[in-house]
Design a protein around this ligand. Structure first.
Ligand code: HEM
Length: 455
C-alpha cells in the first residue's frame, strides 16, 4: 500500500500555498483535485501528512468509523482563543460525547418546532424596515435575522441593553475576519499580536473579552433567577434554560465555564454560516428568474397566511435550500479528523497523526454525482436522493453539525417570508463567486438588493 499523490512544495513556497488557500480557495482545491485525483496528500515529509478527500467511498468509511479513532479538537485548535477550551468543537472522545448528549436534544423534534413562529416574526420585522427603491447590503440584514434567532432561541434574550450589546459586539467580532484580507488573521500566527486596541488582533481580543463578560453576566442572572423561582416551574423554553437544567448520566449539571464555552460556540457557529446560506439562497433565487417563478408559485399555492409547518414541507423550497448548500457549501470541508491510530482507506495506509479532511466542496462538484455541477439546479434534489457521503453540507458521523435542523428551518422560513412580503432585485445581475470569510466560504460582502414592491 502506498501513500496518495500530492504536490511537493519546497519549504519556502509553503507560505504562498497558504496565501492561495486564503485568497483563491476554490482554485486551490480544484487545481489539486484536477492534478492528483480524489485523495490528495499535502506535506508529510517530516511530519504526518494532511489529506484532502473527495472520494465518496472513503468519506463513507470516515463517517461510519468509530469516532474514537479520530481527534478533531486538536485540528480545530485555532478556534480555542475564540470559543474557549470546553467548546464542543474542541473536545474529543468521552468529554465530546458527554457534552454532545447534553447539547443535542434542544435542537431536535418538538423543541425545535417551537422556534418556527419566532423565525417568521423576526424575519417579518426585518423586512418591514426595508424601503422600496433603497438598495441595501444583504449580509448585515441576513445576519440580523440569524443573530436575533440565536439570541432569542438559545439565550432567551428578547429585549434590553444586554441583547443590544451582545448583538453589536458579536457582529463586530465576526467582521474582524469578514474579508479575505482580514481572514489572514486566523491563518498567520505572526499577525496574532496585541499591539493595542487599534491593532486588528488587539481589537479582536477586546471584543471577545466584552462578549465573554456579557455571557457570564447572563449566566449569573439566570442562576439567581432559578434560585428564587425554585418552587415554581420555569416557563422558559430557550436553550440556555434547558442546558442549565440538563444532567448527565452521573447527575452532573454543566459548570459556568462549560455553559460559557458552549454558548459562545452556538452563538458563533449558529448565526454566521446560516446568514451566508441565506444570502446565497436570495442571490440564486433572484439571479435565476425561472427558479424564482417556480418557488413563488409553490408558495402562492399555500394561500394568504401559510402555516410554518406547511412551508417547511414544500418540496421545491427544500430543493432550493439543498442546492444552495451544494453548489457553494458555506463550510467548505468538515472538521479535520486526526488519526489516533493507523487506518487503511481504499488502497492507502495512513499513519497515526495524519489529518484527514473530507472536502465538501469537491464532492459537491463531482460531475459523476451532479451532472453540470456549476449549474444551480434545484430539480436534481427532486429527482434523486443523495447518500450522506455524497451530499454533506453539515458534515457527518460523530461530529455532524448539531444545528443542522435549526439552520434548515431558518433558511426555509426566512426565504419564504421574504418572498411573500417583498419583490426584490439584485442591484447587479452578474455571476458571483464565494470569498473567504474566516474558515467559511461566503458571498461577497458588497452584494446588494433593492425592494421593488411590498405586500
Ligand atoms: C447553514 C448553516 C450551517 C452550516 C453549513 C454548518 C456546518 C457545519 C459543519 C460542516 C460542521 C462540522 C461537521 C463535521 O466535521 O462533520 C458543523 C459543526 C457544528 N455546528 Fe454547524 N453549521 C450550520 C449552522 C449551525 C447552527 C445554526 C448551529 C447551532 C445553533 C451550529 C452548531 C454547530 C456545532 C456546535 C458544531 C460542532 C459539532 C461537534 O463538534 O460535535 N451550526 N457545522
Amino acid at each position: 500500500m502506498t501513500l496518495p499523490n500530492g504536490p511537493r512544495t519546497p519549504k519556502y513556497f509553503r507560505f504562498f500555498r497558504l496565501l492561495k488557500l486564503v485568497f483563491r480557495p476554490l482554485a486551490y482545491l480544484e487545481n489539486y483535485a484536477q492534478r492528483y485525483g480524489d485523495i490528495v496528500k499535502i506535506g508529510g515529509d517530516n511530519s504526518p501528512p494532511f489529506v484532502y478527500i473527495s472520494n465518496p467511498q472513503a468519506i463513507k468509511e470516515i463517517f461510519t468509523a468509530d469516532p474514537n479513532l479520530f481527534e478533531s479538537g486538536r485540528g480545530n485548535g485555532v478556534l480555542r482563543f475564540l470559543l474557549g477550551d470546553r467548546s464542543l468543537i474542541l473536545l474529543d472522545s468521552e468529554p465530546h460525547q458527554q457534552q454532545r448528549r447534553l447539547l443535542t436534544p434542544p435542537f431536535h423534534g418538538d423543541r425545535l418546532r417551537t422556534y418556527s413562529q419566532l423565525i417568521c416574526d423576526i424575519t417579518e420585522k426585518v423586512t418591514h424596515s426595508w424601503t422600496i427603491g433603497a438598495p441595501f447590503l444583504l449580509r448585515p440584514q441576513m445576519q440580523d435575522i440569524t443573530m436575533q434567532v440565536i439570541l432569542q432561541a438559545v439565550f432567551g434574550l428578547y429585549e434590553g441593553e444586554r441583547l443590544q450589546q451582545l448583538q453589536k459586539c458579536v457582529s463586530a467580532l465576526m467582521d474582524s475576519f469578514g474579508s479575505p484580507l482580514s481572514s489572514t488573521l486566523v491563518f498567520f500566527r505572526f499577525l496574532q499580536k496585541d499591539w493595542g486596541p487599534l491593532s486588528p488582533w488587539g481589537r479582536l481580543l477586546r471584543l471577545k473579552q466584552r462578549v465573554r463578560e456579557l455571557i457570564y453576566a447572563e449566566i449569573r442572572d439566570r442562576r439567581a433567577e432559578m434560585q428564587t423561582s425554585q418552587n415554581s416551574p420555569s416557563n422558559r423554553t430557550d436553550i440556555l434554560s434547558l442546558l442549565m437544567l440538563a444532567r448527565d448520566e452521573a447527575g452532573q449539571s454543566m459548570t459556568d465555564e462549560e455553559l460559557h464555552d458552549q454558548l459562545m460556540t452556538l452563538l458563533i457557529a449558529g448565526h454566521e454560516s446560516t446568514a451566508s446560506a441565506l444570502v446565497w439562497a436570495l442571490y440564486w433565487v433572484h439571479y435565476l428568474p425561472e427558479v424564482q417563478q417556480t418557488l413563488r408559485q409553490e408558495l402562492d399555492d399555500l394561500g394568504e397566511r401559510p402555516n410554518p409547518k406547511d412551508i417547511v414541507q414544500l418540496p421545491y423550497l427544500t430543493a432550493v435550500c439543498q442546492e444552495t448548500l451544494r453548489i457553494y457549501p458555506v463550510v467548505p470541508s468538515t472538521f479535520i479528523r486526526v488519526l489516533k491510530t493507523p487506518m487503511s482507506l481504499l488502497n492507502y495506509q495512513f499513519e497515526a497523526g495524519t489529518a484527514l479532511l473530507p472536502s465538501t466542496y469537491l464532492v459537491h462538484q463531482r460531475p459523476d454525482l451532479y451532472p453540470d455541477p456549476k449549474r444551480f439546479d434545484p430539480k436534481r434534489f427532486l429527482e434523486k436522493q443523495y447518500a450522506p457521503y455524497e451530499y454533506f453540507p453539515f458534515g457527518g458521523g460523530g461530529r455532524r453539525c448539531i444545528g443542522s435542523a435549526l439552520a434548515q428551518l431558518e433558511m426555509k422560513l426566512a426565504l419564504a417570508i421574504i418572498l411573500k412580503h417583498c419583490h426584490l432585485e439584485l442591484t447587479h445581475n452578474h455571476p458571483v463567486k464565494p470569498v473567504r470569510r474566516g474558515f467559511t466560504f461566503a458571498p461577497p460582502g458588497n452584494l446588494r438588493m433593492v425592494v421593488t414592491q411590498k405586500s
